[in-house]
Design a protein around this ligand. Structure first.
Ligand SMILES: [Zn+2]
Length: 393
């Protein structure tokens, strides 16, 4: 590094997210147009997790890393990846601002996800929701459908969205062992007694086999890993389910009351599926493989079969589903879903006090009652996005 790089060692970690405003539309324009504002966030293509960069004092990227799976690129590769990501995002910008899916390089390790803040048309949205409320008949027996009759208050889909976001955040905090079972788990030292007599086959190769027992110390650990995989699988499947139901409610005013992930995916609006497919190639296949995790595979029943069991403990596949869940959460943001969590802490102390002559007061230490109350309020929001007009642009 040359002497001109005095600032080079002032490293800082930067989370990749920024907001861009566009001035290419007149402020008083009333026609629907491309999004005036977008949020840009880094995503790892392996797990669709958020991305952080290590930047030196000269603004050079030293390293790019995924905050969920730990994937990273360093040094010149990081600088090269930055330029590539930037070019790609510039190319994607005009498409994404009018609701089309982004196009990413197949080999990209990290990408910039653009989340457009679409125009609003409150009157049109309210009319649509009111109409949906009127149309929603009381359910016939056996019919399983969520409608605006259940989601009377506008904004309610935001609660479901909040739940999907919380599940996805929680999944990121689970340990990421790569497999429920590893070769290191087997006790090769003590496998000698089961060794078969060597055989020589027709090609002259020597063959022998042995049964290698598991290390005793592993039994508890394996249970933990398998349990983590199960928790991750169920939570990822449930995040996908509530995320898609939230999107369906805000976009279509109804959603099937099903756990079947493929069924929910197929009922999403076309533009929504296109964006999801752009972010996670083959997302329909992933959801299809896992479509029954919550409905039929919750129990280790013999009739759930080998597939169900493997799917539930195979971490590689579970992380695939988690990736889909993250992309669905992004799509919820694009669909205009939001939520707020408001935490309040109230503290109340009471005592009989004796007021002194100098106006100070004394309290009797054995006569104090105190109470604390923590209250949490979640509120959900929807945005009145005129999708038909935007997609016609
Ligand atoms: Zn990652």
């Amino acid at each position: 590094m040359g002497t001109g790089d005095k600032n080079a060692e002032n490293y800082r970690i930067v989370i990749l997210n920024r907001r861009l405003q566009f001035q290419d539309r007149a402020a008083d324009e009333t026609l629907v147009g491309p999004a005036r504002m977008v949020d840009i966030e880094g995503r790892c293509t392996d797990c669709w997790g958020p991305v952080a960069t290590l930047v030196d004092g000269n603004g050079r990227w030293i390293s790019i890393a995924c905050r969920v799976c730990g994937r990273r690129v360093d040094a010149e590769d990081a600088e090269r990846e930055r330029k590539r990501m930037k070019r790609e995002a510039d190319r994607n910008m005009p498409r994404v601002r009018v609701g089309r899916g982004a196009k990413y390089d197949e080999k990209a390790k990290f990408v910039l996800k653009i989340l457009p803040d679409m125009d609003r048309n409150k009157a049109e949205f309210e009319e649509r929701v009111d109409d949906a409320k009127r149309r929603a008949q009381p359910k016939r027996k056996g019919e399983r459908r969520l409608t605006r009759r259940e989601f009377v208050e506008m904004g309610t889909p935001g609660y479901l969205y909040c739940q999907a976001c919380a599940l996805v955040s929680g999944l990121g905090a689970l340990p990421r062992d790569t497999s429920a079972i590893s070769l290191l788990d087997f006790d090769f030292k003590n496998s000698g007694s089961d060794l078969s007599r060597p055989r020589v086959d027709a090609q002259g190769r020597v063959q022998f086999s042995a049964r290698v027992p598991l290390k005793r110390s592993i039994h508890g650990l394996m249970g933990k890993r398998m349990g983590t995989a199960l928790i991750a699988g169920f939570a990822a499947a449930f995040a996908c389910e509530v995320g898609m139901k939230a999107i369906l409610m805000t976009r279509c005013d109804e959603a099937k009351m099903t756990h079947d992930l493929l069924d929910l995916y197929e009922s999403l609006p076309k533009d929504c599926k296109e964006r999801l497919q752009s972010d996670i190639a083959g997302i329909a296949d992933i959801l299809s493989k896992y479509r029954h995790v919550f409905s039929e595979w919750r129990y280790f029943e013999p009739n759930a079969g080998k597939d169900a069991f493997l799917a539930l403990v195979d971490l590689d596949r579970i992380w695939g589903l988690e990736r889909a869940a993250r992309a669905i959460v992004d799509e919820g943001t694009v669909a205009g879903l939001q939520y707020d969590i408001d935490l309040r802490y109230d503290f109340d102390l009471q005592s009989m006090a004796h007021v002194n002559e100098d106006l100070t007061f004394t309290i009797a230490p054995d006569d104090v009652t105190a109470s604390t109350k923590v209250s949490m309020k979640i509120s959900g929001h929807e945005s009145a996005i005129p999708w038909d007009a935007i997609l016609a642009l």
